[in-house]
Design a protein around this ligand. Structure first.
Ligand code: B12
Ligand code: SF4
Ligand code: SF4
Length: 352
């Protein structure tokens, strides 16, 4: 009879996971330390990381947990549609965490069912992870964490991580064989547009474009960092794109279900024209960090792009946005009119 660890790994690889390892829960102790270190180094992140303490103290909710099955899900095989490349982060374009139509989501359900069939008690959290995933994957020897904080496998950093807690003492750890970052490399730190990535293995989540264009971003018109978002509308991939360890990793030969059809609706121009019904039906379920009532945030992000990458043909769209029913969209549009000297009197008069 094959060892249970090997059975789980074999099933995971058959399903299409790239890698699978298993660690005893005590190997997650180091994550607690890293989380505390982060708060000490970046004091203003304390409140943010308070909300992540459950990842370090999972035993409170899952006192029965003895081991963690950790997996990597590659994304490099998917084609990035031209309309959204460089504007919407790859991890969100190819997100399978809540999308039941994707094969990756189905594989996750199948693996959970399989482990239960083997007699294990298991638990997972598909949206935000059940433990500190990068740390768990590194402890399982599946890859390496680099100075940009990203976990890298053979696919570079373009892998999503997943984990299941189980009630069985198990261990399946690979011998890591990844070369470290080149000695003096700091390309990722230099390239971060908002200095969120401020040192090796150190970032300030509150300054990260990914945070400010998704969960946060409640007041982008007043956000000084918004001018540094460049061409990003939702998420940011810069600290991964510039990394030499990611060169040549993206093969991009397969279509991601539904993305080719959806991509033309996600340009800055089409976001500004989007109606709420379409947003709720087609966009929000995929990009779930923004709620069904937050089409306005997408529009503020799109206007911010227009501000940062101003072209004359945006003028009409910006003027129309001055009369939007969303307060923050109007505020952003009016501010852009002022900074680009677009004559806005008529539109202003309609709601001032
Ligand atoms: C909170 C969170 C965020 C927050 C805060 C990010 C952060 N880094 O803390 C925000 C909203 C900003 C965010 C954004 C993004 N996220 Co996020 N996020 C998470 C989440 C839920 C927890 C992260 C966490 O543990 N933070 C705590 C700090 C302390 O950890 P850390 O910054 O990752 O740092 C680690 C290393 O630096 C290491 N470390 C520290 N010192 C040292 C020293 C040495 C020598 C070594 C080797 C290691 C090391 O320890 C830390 C703990 O693992 C995880 C899912 C999960 N449950 O783990 C996803 C996760 C980290 N995010 C992910 C992704 C893809 C993103 C985005 C790229 C999305 C996008 N494209 O816009 C951005 C990138 C931001 C960034 N540069 O990290 C992936 C990363 C995959 C990978 N290959 O690494 C994860 C794992 C989700 C997943 N299911 O795959 N995220
Ligand atoms: S995702 Fe973008 S903003 Fe966030 S740390 Fe990386 S480069 Fe900086
Ligand atoms: S850019 Fe350089 S320092 Fe940053 S993660 Fe990549 S190899 Fe390491």
């Amino acid at each position: 009879m094959e060892q249970i660890e090997k059975l789980i790994q074999r099933k995971a690889l058959e399903l299409g996971y790239e890698k699978c390892g298993i660690i005893p829960v005590h190997l997650l102790e180091g994550y607690k330390e890293k989380l505390n270190e982060r708060v000490q180094k970046v004091a203003e992140s304390e409140a943010f990381y308070k909300g992540k303490q459950h990842l370090a103290h999972f035993e409170k909710e899952f006192p029965w947990a003895k081991s963690v099955v950790v997996l990597t899900v590659p994304q490099t095989q998917y084609k990035v549609p031209e309309a959204v490349g460089g504007h919407i982060a790859k991890s969100y374009l190819f997100d399978s965490r809540v999308d039941e139509q994707t094969k990756e989501h189905q594989h996750s359900l199948s693996l959970e069912a399989y482990m239960k069939e083997l007699g294990l008690r298991v638990s997972t959290e598909r949206k935000y992870g059940i433990v500190g995933l990068r740390w768990a994957a590194m402890q399982a020897g599946l890859g390496i964490i680099r100075r940009n904080n990203f976990f890298y496998s053979e696919s570079g950093s373009w892998v999503r991580l997943e984990a299941f807690l189980t009630d069985r003492d198990m261990e399946l750890i690979e011998k890591p064989r990844f070369t470290p970052c080149p000695k003096n490399c700091d390309r990722c730190i230099k390239a971060c547009p908002t200095s969120s990535l401020c040192d090796a293995y150190t970032m300030n989540p509150l300054r990260c474009v990914s945070f400010l264009t998704t969960f946060s971003g409640r007041d982008l018109p007043q956000e000084p960092l918004a001018a540094d978002f460049g061409e990003w509308i939702y998420g940011c991939d810069i600290c991964q794109e510039v990394c030499p360890m990611n060169h040549g990793k993206w093969t991009g030969s397969e279509e991601f279900p539904g993305l080719t059809e959806l991509a033309p609706s996600l340009t800055v121009e089409t976001i500004m024209k989007m109606d709420e019904e379409f947003y709720r039906q087609k966009v929000q379920p995929k990009f779930f960090y923004l709620t069904p009532d937050e089409l306005w945030k997408w529009q503020v992000n799109a206007l911010n792009y227009m501000n940062n990458n101003y072209q004359e043909h945006f003028e009409q769209i910006i003027l129309e946005a001055c009369g939007s029913s969303f307060e923050k969209v109007r505020e952003m549009a009016v501010a852009i009119c002022k900074s680009h000297e677009i004559h806005v009197e008529k539109e202003l008069a309609s709601y001032e």
